[in-house]
Each structure stands twice: as structure tokens, then as C-alpha cells.
Ligand binder design. Structure first.
Ligand code: IPE
Ligand code: IPE
Ligand code: MG
Length: 248
């Protein structure tokens, strides 16, 4: 079977793809291993998907790596995930550089362990002048947290007379989100056969196309990304209009 890559329309590649990387624990269980083994194997999937995204000209790739709610997992798993993050940044930085990838984060980065924060900052700085794919890691992220934070800052600006409430609209509000400057994702992918959003980018996915796959994250590779993009390209995005209106 021909790769999905060759079947893609180069003119309608989504600018921004977001992925809920789920199923590491089940993948590990399937292989008779501890959950952390699944997380480790998921790094290989990240590598492949980042490479693939760059190859087809996606400009923004947002990966949900750790949610606010994930802090409630057993301490050993949280600690292992933090260690893995440090390790993954260390070993992946060179290849991100080679692939011209820029890195940024969304989420409550201040709640991350100092070691993770420092590694991240260094890596972000190092990749700062790259011009290819923008890789965005959602860490200690949840959409409700992000929106409430945005409201707090916005209210502060109103109280300080920096902002008149009557001028608040969608565009203005978006400037207060972590994703200010980043276009909304056209496509959201979730692996592992779960059909939910789990507090991810609720505002930003208002009109995204949703793609669910049974594949567990450690089995997901760039060709699965291409398949999702191919599926996306065969949808009709109507934005409330009728099909006839889109054709004329
Ligand atoms: C996703 O895999 C990784 C994180 C949420 C950090 P899971 O760890 O949620 O794997 P499952 O859902 O238990 O299989
Ligand atoms: C969502 O996965 C968060 C990440 C992928 C980082 P979870 O596995 O935490 O989601 P739920 O709790 O099953 O919805
Ligand atoms: Mg899960």
C-alpha cells in the first residue's frame, strides 16, 4: 500500500496539528511491562511525528505531554515522567536542531520541577532561531486552568484601566491565552481509542476536525500522522455555512 504521504494534497496541509498522546500505560501492559516502559517507548513516536510534521510542512505541532490532572497519578509515575522528560530533552535536542525545530511550551511551567524547567529553558533558547516546525509541549496544562488564568489577567487590565470591557471580543480574549500568536489547530488527533478531550485546548478546538485512532501512542508513527492528515483533507469544513455556499 502506497504511503499516505504521497496521497496528500500539498496545498491543504493543516498549519497546526494538536495531538493527545494517549495509551502508553496500556501499551506497556500489553507487553507485560511497567507503565513507565510505555512512556519511554512513546518518545520514539514523538521523534517520528515531529520529523513527519516537518517533512510535510506543518507549521505548529502541539503535543499534550502532561496534564494538570496527571499530577494526581502515583508519585512514582509522576517522578518517572519528570525524569523521562529531562532525559528526552537531553537526547533529542541535537536532532531537533538538525530538523530546524523551534520549541515552546504551554501550561503551568512554574509547577514543574526545577530540573525540568531549566532543561526546557536551555533547549528553548538553543533552538530559538530555527525557522521550521514550531513544536509546542503542553506540560502541566489544562484548558480550564488556561482560561481562568486568562480571565484573571484580563480583569486585572480592566481594573487598571488598561482595557475597556466593551472592546473585549474573541480576538482580544485569545491574546490572554497561552496560545496567543499560535493559530487554532485545524486538526486534533487522539490515540488509544478514547473519545474525549481531557481538558485540552477547549477554546482553540472550537472548529477543529477531530480524529480518533485505536492505535496506542507508542505504536504511532509519522505515517499514522500522514493518514490523519489525509483523512482531514477529505472532510468538508463548513464553518456553519451550507455545502452549496462553499462551492460557489
Ligand atoms: C499517556 O498515556 C501519557 C500521559 C498521560 C502522561 P497514559 O499513561 O495515559 O496511558 P494509558 O491511558 O493509561 O494507557
Ligand atoms: C490525557 O491523557 C493527557 C495526556 C495525554 C497528557 P490521560 O490518560 O491523562 O486522560 P484521561 O484521564 O484518560 O482522560
Ligand atoms: Mg491515558
Amino acid at each position: 500500500m502506497e504511503s499516505f504521504r504521497n496521497r496528500l494534497n500539498k496545498n491543504t496541509i493543516p498549519e497546526h496539528v494538536a495531538i493527545i498522546m494517549d495509551g502508553n500505560g496500556r501499551w506497556a501492559a500489553k507487553h507485560g511491562k511497567a507503565r513507565v516502559f510505555g512512556h519511554e517507548s512513546g518518545v520514539e513516536s514523538v521523534r517520528s511525528v515531529v520529523e513527519g510534521a516537518g517533512e510535510i510542512g506543518i507549521k505548529y505541532l502541539t503535543l499534550y505531554a502532561f496534564s494538570t490532572e496527571n499530577w494526581d497519578r502515583p508519585k512514582e509515575e509522576v517522578d518517572a515522567l519528570m525524569e523521562l522528560l529531562v532525559h528526552a530533552i537531553e537526547i533529542e535536542t541535537e536532532s531537533l536542531m538538525k530538523n530546524n525545530v523551534r520549541l515552546s511550551t504551554i501550561g503551568d511551567i512554574d509547577s514543574m520541577p526545577t530540573k525540568v524547567k531549566e532543561k526546557l529553558e536551555r533547549c528553548i533558547d538553543f533552538l530559538n532561531s530555527n525557522t521550521g516546525l514550531n513544536l509546542i509541549l503542553a506540560l502541566s496544562y489544562s484548558s480550564k486552568w488556561e482560561i481562568v488564568n486568562a480571565v484573571k489577567e484580563l480583569v486585572q487590565d480592566v481594573m487598571n484601566n488598561k482595557l475597556k470591557p466593551e472592546i473585549i471580543n474573541n480576538e482580544l480574549f485569545e491574546n490572554y491565552l497561552n496560545t496567543a500568536e499560535i493559530p487554532d489547530p485545524e486538526l486534533l488527533i487522539r490515540t488509544s481509542g478514547e473519545y474525549r478531550i481531557s481538558n485540552f485546548l477547549l477554546w482553540q478546538i472550537a472548529y477543529s476536525e477531530l480524529y480518533f485512532t485505536e492505535k496506542l501512542w507508542p505504536d504511532f508513527r509519522k505515517d499514522d500522522l500522514f493518514e490523519a492528515v489525509f483523512d482531514y483533507q477529505n472532510r468538508e469544513r463548513r464553518f456553519g455555512k451550507t455545502s452549496e455556499q462553499l462551492i460557489s
